[in-house]
Design a protein around this ligand. Structure first.
Ligand SMILES: Cc1cc2nc3c(=O)[nH]c(=O)nc-3n(C[C@H](O)[C@H](O)[C@H](O)COP(=O)(O)OP(=O)(O)OC[C@H]3O[C@@H](n4cnc5c(N)ncnc54)[C@H](O)[C@@H]3O)c2cc1C
Length: 349
């Protein structure tokens, strides 16, 4: 079958790759000069989140699927994408420590929680904290590198169109039996991130958006081996830089970086990275595609089943998209049901 994917961020990339692996032909269209959430993300895969130290939704299922898909893409593209990097988080007081220790004894938690982690050079390079805790099986996916390398490959193969999709024209590209429309594609799959709110077929879903800003910081000192969360995330990248982030705003007027948030992040960073000189070399912003109930949007249009969507990856695209893309493609190719929690039909449109 022939597929057209609209939006080649993380959702579009992984969905298209899975379809290609099943022997189908996939073309992609993405708007030039538009910021994608996938270009700005750190790609942290964090099994234990929040102040109450809760295991992320379906983490036991997500992790093996994510590892295997990103490893396959590493082979395909010849670049490293999946970094098994320990995540150390600070605990602020005795109550935090008690909560962490109690949770880490719960069934299903010891494989993700480490009460006595190896913190490496964190105490030397950063401010002192009450205590450290370690998140096991944390990882980082180089999402920007994945999207960019995949796009280069598509462009070389003539399967990438750099265009803003005009929703009225695009229906003319679809083959729809019994209608007058005749085009080259059997399915159109929409993966436009937060801009899906403008989509005429799926725009009525409860799309949210959350703006995030980050800094890129260069240091001459040895870089940490672990990711560290204390007031902000410090994420060591490959080239002696840290990704520092992120802000979170549900109200926004655009997706541009702001001086106020630069200062906010710079202040927090100055409080944390106390043991080493550094220079801020980048400042970026993007909008995360969020959903009210914090679950993905997966499904097909109720009247035009050739139109499908994968969206709503929120703050956790790196871990959610591998399984989300599997559910969508198995539904399209084999008719398998989409889990109710993520099926767009849960909104009773
Ligand atoms: C600051 C920040 C930090 C983050 N950190 C993490 C993290 O550590 N871990 C994690 O898992 N997630 C993180 N995320 C979230 C992650 O980025 C998202 O979950 C994920 O990348 C969303 O991917 P997507 O493909 O759905 O959307 P996007 O990456 O936004 O891609 C959508 C694409 O659709 C294109 N598009 C839209 N409309 C049209 C149109 N009409 N025509 C053509 N093309 C169109 C856009 O140009 C874009 O390229 C972070 C996000 C931000 C902003």
């Amino acid at each position: 079958m022939n597929f057209l994917i609209i939006g080649q961020g993380l959702a579009g990339t992984l969905t298209g790759y899975r379809l290609e692996q099943s022997g189908h032909t996939v073309h992609y269209v993405d708007a030039p000069r538009q910021t994608a959430s996938s270009e700005v993300a750190a790609g942290i895969v964090n099994p234990i989140t929040g102040r109450r130290f809760v295991k992320s939704w379906r983490m036991d299922e997500l992790l093996p699927v994510a590892r295997s898909l990103y490893h396959a893409l590493e082979e395909e593209l010849g670049i490293k994408l999946w970094y098994e990097q320990p995540l150390i988080r600070s605990l602020h007081h005795r109550g935090d420590l008690n909560d962490w220790q109690a949770r880490s004894a719960d069934p299903g938690y010891p494989e993700y929680m480490d009460d006595a982690p190896d913190v490496g050079r964190i105490p030397e390079l950063t401010t002192s904290v009450f205590a450290y805790a370690g998140v096991r099986q944390a990882a980082r996916v180089d999402v920007p590198a994945l999207v960019s390398a995949f796009r280069k490959k598509l462009a070389m193969e003539g399967r990438f169109f750099a265009e803003v999709v005009d929703y009225e024209e695009i229906m003319g590209l679809l083959k729809v039996a019994g209608r007058t429309l005749k085009g080259p594609y059997d399915h159109l799959i929409f993966c436009e991130g937060w801009r899906a709110r403008f989509n005429p077929w799926f725009g009525d879903l409860p799309h949210g958006g959350n703006k995030g800003e980050i800094l890129i910081v260069k240091t001459q000192a040895p870089i940490l081996e672990q990711m560290f969360k204390h007031r902000v995330f410090l994420v060591p990248l490959a080239d002696d830089t840290y990704w520092i982030g992120a802000t979170s705003e549900n109200q926004f007027t655009d997706d541009s970086p702001t001086p106020a948030n630069r200062n906010f992040l710079a202040d927090r960073l100055a409080e944390v990275l106390t043991g080493t000189p550094y220079e801020i070399v980048g400042h970026r912003a993007a909008i995360r595609p969020t959903v009210r109930d914090r679950r993905m949007f997966i499904g097909t249009h109720p009247d035009i089943p050739q139109l499908a969507i994968l969206n709503g990856l929120g703050t956790k695209g790196a871990s959610l998209a591998p399984l989300g893309s599997l559910w969508l493609t198995e539904h399209l190719l084999e008719g398998k049901p989409i889990p109710e929690e993520v099926d767009i039909r849960r909104f009773n449109r």
